[in-house]
Write a protein that binds this ligand. Structure first.
Ligand code: BGC
Length: 340
């Protein structure tokens, strides 16, 4: 049986190293060399496993059963209205108080030719868990390739129709966790549309809007700081970016979603997914009160999360992609973080 504090490491011969723990499958570190061979830990977090277990439970964690927000925690499925717990103001966030980030996943090492090293993380979520219908069985593969790709491969099945949206919540800082904010990072997104949010309810309005002419335009590479420090009303609502972007050309095949570059260190990361969306979250709620890596305070905009996903509140938005999983069908989701 895996314990919350058990530590697992994936390594390849290029000195890339991914570390995670049993609780939430939380990624507690990703070490990546820059062009000169200087190694930095590029995910923000704490200095010890003890601090990770006591601290922000979303850092690097697997989120589910429904990552992101469901308005008022309610949705209707096959004629039944389900009420989930509201753990984020009037809304349900990341699967509820006891979301998958809070569970101890069963971890085993697996052999797979595609990966230098890989682990399988498994979880069973009982029928009624956090208010969701159906017993859900989830397997997640964490695999590291020789091409510096950290692959997260999700599969799940259910005994009754349910809604599902799994994601990984690592916040990246390619200069190195604890070295300042990501304002100087360049972000490029394969998205000409995004889903605006409503300030009062804190979640998506249901609109799919063009990014052109807004702070959300990352069609060409742009400094994250330029967007975060702008007066765009969508930015002002959340003091940064906390928005879902619509991946262009989505057809269920793996495609590029994002490219993140730190010009100072030269480290680059590409994100690929087969999902329709990616939530870009610049960590606006960090307030410096917690101590993170290198002993530095975890400040606002200390890292950026790129969470591949179905859109927020899809169960209540007819024009959004379908998040329903039927019995006999398999939920599949691949996310690749590739370090260049
Ligand atoms: C959401 C934020 C939320 C954060 C919690 C992100 O995925 O988009 O709104 O505050 O998770 O860690």
């Amino acid at each position: 049986m895996t314990k919350a504090s058990d530590v697992f490491t994936l390594k390849n011969s290029n000195k890339v190293e991914v570390t995670f723990i049993g609780r939430g499958g939380q990624i507690t570190g990703i070490k990546v060399p820059d062009a000169k061979g200087e190694i930095a830990d590029v995910v923000i977090g704490y200095q010890t496993v003890e601090d990770a277990l006591a601290g922000d439970g979303y850092f690097g964690a697997l989120c589910g059963r429904y990552a992101n927000r469901i308005v008022k925690g309610q949705f209707e499925l096959e004629g039944t209205t389900y009420q989930l717990e509201c753990n984020n103001g009037p809304n349900h966030l990341h699967g509820g108080v006891d979301g998958f980030n809070n569970r101890v996943w069963e971890v085993e090492s697996v052999q797979d030719k595609r990966y230098e090293q890989a682990y399988k993380l498994s979880l069973v979520s009982e029928d009624g868990d956090q208010g969701y219908p159906g017993k859900l069985t989830v397997d997640v593969i964490y695999g590291l390739t020789e091409d510096n790709e950290f692959v997260i491969d999700y599969t799940a099945n259910t005994t009754k129709a349910t809604v599902i949206n799994l994601t990984s919540h690592a916040y990246f800082n390619l200069k190195g966790a604890g070295t300042g904010t990501i304002e100087g990072h360049e972000l490029e997104l394969n998205a000409s549309k995004y889903t605006p949010i409503d300030g009062e309810i804190g979640t998506v309005t249901g609109e799919i809007a063009p990014v052109k002419g807004t702070a959300m335009d990352f069609v060409d590479p742009k400094l994250i700081g330029e967007a975060c420090n702008s007066n765009d009303p969508q930015v002002k609502l959340v003091d940064g970016i906390d928005h879902n972007f619509v991946i262009a050309g989505f057809d269920g095949a793996l495609r590029i979603a994002a490219r993140l570059v730190d010009p100072e260190s030269g480290r680059e990361m590409e994100v690929y997914t087969d999902q329709p969306g990616v939530q870009i979250y610049t960590g606006s709620h960090f307030d410096g009160s917690e101590t993170g890596k290198l002993g530095a305070p975890i400040e606002k905009w200390a890292g950026v999360a790129l969470e591949t996903q179905i859109f927020p509140d899809s169960p209540n938005k007819e024009n959004f992609p379908n998040a329903v999983l039927e019995p006999g069908k398999e939920y599949k989701h691949t996310c690749v973080y590739k370090f260049l």
